[in-house]
Design a protein around this ligand. Structure first.
Ligand code: PAN
Ligand code: ZN
Length: 196
């Protein structure tokens, strides 16, 4: 069949840890994989420490299939910035995505290429809709792991390069009274403006 539909299958999600049974593909991102994404450098000896892991339920990468994954972001900071994902646009820009919060407390930073941005809450029970054309990065602002489930078209793909070069318009940092959203001094794209 041209849609390359897999046979029906079931996966068990551990609602505490975010791990899957069976585990198929797990990607771990360490400080050494994200060196230039934070304003400050990570501390000596932290290079191999895992910041987050992505547990994927892989399907053929066609538009007729739905890819899904859980992401587990550890609590912590680099300088004032909370641990976060790299963030990306989808390679096929118009592909949307849904995030379902499972545990922990986070923020979802979304931005369009023209600098329009928004920051949404993530916690157990939130359902964040990421429309096509919006880059997305999730940030753990709590003391526990942030766990969420993501579903997106199988052919969405990842464009990490644009964010690596331009950054997001805003950063989420630990302020005196908790998380604060501040302008990113290294943001290179168009002028930031807050949505809605
Ligand atoms: C998510 C992300 C996951 C990790 O599954 O891929 O949270 O973030 P980065 O891919 O930015 O490292 C998703 O948005 N998929 O499309
Ligand atoms: Zn995505």
């Amino acid at each position: 069949m041209s849609t390359q539909a897999p046979d029906p299958f079931t996966t068990l999600l551990d609602l505490n840890s975010g791990s899957l049974d069976p585990e198929r593909k797990v990607v771990e991102r360490r400080h050494s994989n994200m060196a230039d994404m934070y304003l400050e450098e990570y501390a000596d000896g932290m290079a191999d420490t895992v910041i987050y892991s992505v547990h994927e339920i892989s399907v053929p990468t066609t538009n007729s299939n739905l890819m899904s994954s859980t992401t587990v972001i550890q609590p912590g900071t680099v300088g004032q910035e909370y641990y976060m994902t790299k963030g990306h646009f989808h390679k096929i820009r118009d592909r949307a995505e849904i995030y379902i919060g499972i545990s922990g407390e986070g923020r979802l930073v979304m931005a369009k290429e023209d600098g329009l941005y928004t920051v949404e809450a993530m916690r157990r029970g939130t359902i964040n809709y990421v429309p096509g054309g919006w880059a997305h990065r999730s940030v753990n602002v709590g003391d526990e792991p942030l766990v969420f489930f993501a579903v997106y078209p199988g052919d969405a793909g990842y464009d990490y390069g644009t964010i690596e070069e331009e950054g997001f318009p805003v950063l989420v940092v630990a302020g005196e009274d908790g998380p604060e959203v501040v302008p990113n001094p290294r943001y290179k794209a168009a002028s930031p403006s807050e949505a809605g």
